[in-house]
Design a protein around this ligand. Structure first.
Ligand SMILES: NC(=O)c1ccc[n+]([C@@H]2O[C@H](COP(=O)([O-])OP(=O)(O)OC[C@H]3O[C@@H](n4cnc5c(N)ncnc54)[C@H](OP(=O)(O)O)[C@@H]3O)[C@@H](O)[C@H]2O)c1
Length: 250
């Protein structure tokens, strides 16, 4: 570890599991103090235990604005500022066209898009000038999978938000970038294995589509996020960093 985030304060939504948790561990290892959020208290407590000192969990649902207000009030009281915001929380469920319910549509857009928008907007008073925002998009933003149209559309929206917010925040020199993971072994991906729960077969199939011959590890996405968040990426703005083992690059 080189301490590339020494002294930084970071907020990570969806930090209790998967990519968010791996990123929280990486940030702390690089010298940052992190606040993590999620809806499930038990997962958050286990995560803080795993991350160790310099981490705080705030139970908060990103689709509920009063939860976000409570999160940022805690951050203001404890640290007074945010240097890095990793807006990462999302849900991913399948529904083919013909079986998309209003509830399916609303849940995905409420959490993945509306929740992300207000996660960022409500952070602005605490975000330092020159700070860094990283949004989790997905290779699903520009590829197709059966039954994933609504999830994929939410991720495409995030790509557009990153581009536009670069302009909205340019006077404050706040960088906004997206990270687009390919298939990465997390509880979220496992949840897409289907009702018969053949997770191994599902992972083998996904891994076979990747030139590196395997799924990504959450730590590999975390490394990319830490880079984007750090001063090493000081001239990278509005980008979408695809971390996918080459799957969508060929
Ligand atoms: N794994 C992949 O292959 C892959 C590929 C491309 C993109 N992604 C993206 O990567 C991000 C992280 O996903 P993951 O794969 O690490 O899956 P994950 O382990 O399921 O992580 C998602 C996290 O988001 C939290 N979350 C969900 N809804 C929330 C809400 N309303 N408010 C606050 N937190 C909420 C979940 O915690 P609670 O349920 O406790 O709230 C969970 O900790 C997501 O944006 C996902 O779309 C993943």
């Amino acid at each position: 570890m080189t301490g590339i985030l020494n002294g930084k304060t970071a907020v990570i939504t969806g930090g209790g599991t998967g990519i968010g948790l791996a990123t929280a561990k990486k940030f702390v290892a690089e010298g940052a103090f992190v606040f993590i959020t999620g809806r499930r208290q038990a997962e958050l407590e286990a995560a803080v235990e795993a991350i160790g000192p310099n981490s705080v969990a705030v139970q908060a649902d990103v689709s509920i604005n009063t939860d976000l207000d409570r999160l940022y009030e805690t951050v203001r009281e404890r640290r007074g500022k945010i240097d890095i915001l990793f807006a990462n929380a999302a849900v991913a469920e399948g529904a083919p066209l013909g079986a998309i319910t209003e509830e399916h549509f609303d849940r995905h857009f409420d959490i993945n898009v509306r929740g992300l928008v207000f996660t960022v907007q409500k952070a602005l008073p605490l975000l330092v000038d020159g700070g860094s925002i990283v949004l989790t998009s997905s290779v699903s933003a520009f590829t197709a999978d059966p039954a994933l149209s609504i999830y994929s559309a939410t991720k495409a929206a995030i790509r557009s938000l990153a581009r536009c917010w670069v302009l909205d925040l340019k006077d404050r020199h706040i960088r906004v970038n997206a990270v687009s993971p390919g298939s990465t072994e997390t509880p979220g991906l496992g949840g897409l294995a289907g009702p018969d729960g053949d997770t191994k077969g599902f992972y083998d199939f996904l891994g076979s589509r990747i030139p590196l011959g395997r799924l990504g590890r959450p730590e590999e996405i975390a490394n990319a996020v830490a880079f984007l968040a750090s001063d090493a990426a000081s001239f990278i703005n509005g980008a979408d960093l695809q971390v996918d083992g080459g799957a969508e690059q060929i």
